[in-house]
Design a binder for this molecule. Sequence first.
Ligand SMILES: [Zn+2]
Length: 133
Amino acid sequence: MEKPNLVYSSKINKIRSFALILLFVGILIMYGGILTKSTPWLMFTFFGIGVLFIILSTLVYFWIGLLSTRAVPIICPACEKPTKMLGIVDACMHCKQPLTLEKSLEGKEFDEKYNSPAYRRKLKAKKLEEKEE
Ligand SMILES: [Zn+2]
């Protein structure tokens, strides 16, 4: 079987790197404030923006914490390490193996579109139909 060229990373890992980038940007901007300390208003502007980025990063970390409690803990079938998944499709945190909670999607190519609300509604409607039959 041919392996997909694209590598999917786990959603929690993705958000975590995003928060880390925000933190670094905040620190860099504050560093810019130190460089411009000869002009106080510029320094304060830099510091203000830097603090905003750091607050934003903290919020994102908080959000990850909330998401983690909602994530489903599973044992990855490929590397047998415990991982968490969000949504219908996600990737393993360790080996990036695409994972799905939906039986009808097993073996299908990984696609982020399966996590969209529109697709979830379609899936729900389909299941309801199958129940009525
Ligand atoms: Zn794995």
